[in-house]
Design a protein around this ligand. Structure first.
Ligand code: SF4
Length: 373
């Protein structure tokens, strides 16, 4: 199978163009078609010679994600279920007009993307890990989630006020928080993020990109050595080893002491770029006794805390705490002077908890297949 063109850096493509004796401006044209105009076919690249387009077609695939399903919530959060060429499903979630969630208040569109099909980390509350890990995504499959949603946004807008496709970026913040453990697919993730961050590529600033992890301490140390200023979100969900290990098996491998020490290394290299994600689950981690240790960890890392009421996952026992319990947790955290937000998770009515739409679609397909046999 041919490699996909959107898995290659400018440098790599430049070598290929040199070998073909093509001038540099031709490469600039190609990148423009791929990342600014978000072309879906070689034929569309009309200002490039036919011979060159044919050469490209023979060497590279130009894959476009197929929308298997799309759900839009009342608050306009959109969830996309993509079908990959091997019939695997992944999800992306678009959260519009989401002030100060992961960056400055002027944010317009935040996109949450997946990095793996399924997940091997088995957090007890999460739909993505329910059927285990299937495979890592290739760089182009991460990049293309952004391009495909931008295409959709453009088409959606065009109904009212037509925009040329190249009218600037549509995605302003990227959160790597969808299906999968991003740092377990480290090399592909970094390659994809460099393409999405590059001025010739996605043009999304590194500080507008938040990488989430369930706590892979060695990879956090590795990430700290990278030149880019990516933000880091730790999916904490428990402020003591006892609570965290109960719901996140990864904590047995990298207990809090190791995780926080790796984060301190990140803090030293990058400055205040860390936040904690803390899903509030009734009777598990929402006790006020968790607030003091949580505040202590946040203070050590100068981290902001994002509290997220749990979104129910079909087949799992967990529930979200009552609103009063959520507020009490937030208030106590604020008493410790920790910057914190309580998020009424947008998209709660569209299976927004990561992995749920995929799970439901796979179940439906299995039922249909059974009926057919
Ligand atoms: S929360 Fe993240 S790391 Fe844990 S199982 Fe779900 S996708 Fe994997």
């Amino acid at each position: 199978m041919k490699p996909d063109i959107k898995s290659f850096s400018r440098e790599e493509l430049s070598k290929q163009f040199e070998a073909w004796s093509e001038p540099d401006y031709r490469l600039a044209q190609l990148l423009n078609w791929l990342y600014l105009k978000r072309a879906t076919t070689w034929e569309a690249m009309s200002n490039m010679p036919k011979v060159l387009r044919e050469q490209l077609r023979q060497c590279y695939q130009l894959a476009v994600l197929e929308t298997a399903r799309k759900q839009g919530a009342r608050d306009e959060t959109q969830k996309f279920l993509w079908r990959l060429p091997d019939n695997a499903f992944i999800e992306s979630v678009l959260i519009p007009a989401n002030p100060a969630l992961y960056s400055e208040a002027s944010d317009r569109h935040t996109l949450c993307v997946s990095t793996q099909v399924g997940c091997a980390y088995g957090c007890k509350f999460c739909a993505s890990g329910l059927n285990g890990w299937k495979r890592n995504l290739e760089p182009f499959e991460i990049v293309e989630q952004v391009m495909a949603v931008e295409r959709w946004l453009h088409e959606d807008k065009s109904a009212g006020a037509p925009d040329p496709p190249e009218a600037g970026r549509q995605i302003h913040n990227l959160v790597i928080m969808g299906m999968g453990e991003p740092l377990a697919n480290y090399d592909a993730l970094m390659k994809a993020l460099r393409i999405l961050n590059a001025p010739w590529g996605g043009g999304i600033g590194a500080r507008k990109i938040t990488i989430s992890t369930s706590g892979l301490a060695p990879q956090i140390r590795r990430l700290a050595e990278e030149p880019e200023q990516f933000r880091l979100a730790i999916s904490l969900h428990g402020a003591t080893d006892l609570t965290r290990s109960r719901i996140m098996p990864v904590n047995r491998r990298y207990p809090l002491a190791q995780l926080i020490s790796a984060c301190e290394g990140y803090l030293d290299k990058k400055g205040k770029m860390i936040s904690f994600e803390y899903i509030l689950i009734a009777g598990v981690n929402d006790g006020l006794d968790q607030v003091e240790p949580l505040a202590a960890l946040a203070r050590r890392l100068h981290a902001k805390v994002n509290l997220i009421p749990y979104n129910r996952v079909e087949g799992l026992e967990w529930t979200r705490p009552e609103p009063a319990a959520q507020e009490a947790f937030l208030e106590k955290l604020k008493q410790y002077r920790i910057p914190a937000t309580l998020r009424r998770e947008k998209g709660g009515d569209i299976d927004a908890a990561c992995g749920q739409l995929r799970l439901r679609t796979e179940k439906e397909l299995a039922v249909t297949a059974q009926k057919g046999t």
